[in-house]
Design a protein. Structure first.
Length: 249
């Protein structure tokens, strides 16, 4: 069948400060996921790593897990920077990714610095809906957020805004700027997307130090922020991994 491939995909395993056990792999034979699904999840991943960069560069205090804070930053950025239709599309794509990972990996790796994928799924859905409950409550419901959790979503987003809002305002104060540099090619979907996104981010934010966002081979599907180099790395392997991730029905 045209467009069908068999691919062995490694699940994301390298994290900012801690590497867990060997990453599990799965074999998938089926129709590839759409360009839009890959595109939207690359954006969500980029903004999660930008959250790490902001925490580091702005020396933001943490009262919990950094990965949780970066997840919140990603939702906050998508809500703030994108038109409603695009923001909803990215949210659904990222939610599908988390749900697929929860199904494929089974028992969470409890020593991970990331929260369990199913928890990240519900946090994403709740925060995004909570940003505008009048217009988005149906999204939380559609994604299966329980009623008792939905009652807290608006307050959760308000708390996130109180935590992150001042940081974003500080970064926007001296924008536009050229404080984010792109390091990569110009041919692939990932390269074109990240290069274009960096141009847009330079219009919105001015980082205190030069931040580099690179697209490069890593040997596995991954993305990470290196604080020693002030560098976000988006691994080229991510696109294929997303392309063949078995999605929930």
């Amino acid at each position: 069948m045209a467009g069908v491939a068999v691919v062995t995909v490694a699940l994301i395993g390298v994290e900012k400060y801690f590497t867990g056990p060997s990453t599990p792999v799965f074999d998938y034979s089926g129709e590839p996921n759409s360009d839009q699904f890959v595109h939207d999840n690359l954006l969500a991943t980029l903004y999660q790593e930008m959250g790490h960069a902001m925490i580091d560069q702005l020396e933001l205090p943490l009262l919990g897990q950094e990965e949780d804070a970066a997840d919140v930053a990603s939702v906050f950025l998508i809500d703030a920077l994108y038109e409603e239709e695009a923001a909803i599309e990215i949210t659904y794509a990222a939610a599908d990714m988390f749900l697929a990972l929860a199904k494929e990996t089974g028992e969470p790796y409890w020593a991970s610095t990331h929260g369990p994928d199913l928890q990240r799924y519900y946090n994403l859905a709740c925060l995004f809906a909570g940003a505008d409950m009048d217009a988005r409550a149906h999204i939380g419901e559609d994604l299966g957020v329980p009623e008792d959790r939905m009652s807290w979503c608006e307050a959760e987003f308000d708390a996130a805004k109180a935590s992150w809002g001042a940081a974003f305002e500080g970064l926007a104060k001296n924008a536009p700027a050229q404080s984010i540099a792109y390091d990569g090619g110009t041919e692939t979907l990932t390269e074109k997307l990240i290069m274009e996104e960096i141009g847009s981010l330079n219009e919105d934010f001015a980082f205190p130090n030069k931040l580099t966002v690179a697209v490069e081979e890593c040997g596995e599907p991954n993305a990470f922020y290196n604080p020693d180099e002030v560098r976000v790395v988006m691994c080229t392997e991510n696109a294929e991994w997303l392309r063949y991730l078995p999605l929930p029905e």
